[in-house]
Ligand binder design. Sequence first.
Ligand code: AMP
Ligand code: ZN
Length: 112
Amino acid sequence: MSDCLFCKISNKEIPAKVEYEDDDLIVIHDINPQAAVHILLIPKRHIDRIDALQDGDAGLMGTLLIRAKDLAQKNGWEDFRLVFNNGAAAGQTVFHIHMHLLTGRPMGWPPG
Ligand code: AMP
Ligand code: ZN
């Protein structure tokens, strides 16, 4: 999508601190980190939000989880939180699907 921030980051039209990248996804550091480590796992293909997922996206979304696990193991992040915000009232501000990975501080429950 032409006016989507994360499409522009995926296309390298806007710079970001890239942690990992392959054909399907890009992983960047959040510009406003909420923990010592706060990264975003972003499918390169534009999908608005969790609500917009289709059965055919199961592989992509499974890969997202496996890559999060790979990055955590590679970097020694033993305890971490994975978050999807779906919709504005849930905290979604960028309407291109992404999974937050936060680690490096104690996490409260329930989240705010
Ligand atoms: P959400 O609120 O779940 O939609 O998450 C969007 C996240 O994107 C927020 O944590 C923002 O801090 C982050 N963000 C916004 N703009 C940028 C950017 N240019 N580079 C990296 N992260 C960003
Ligand atoms: Zn997009």
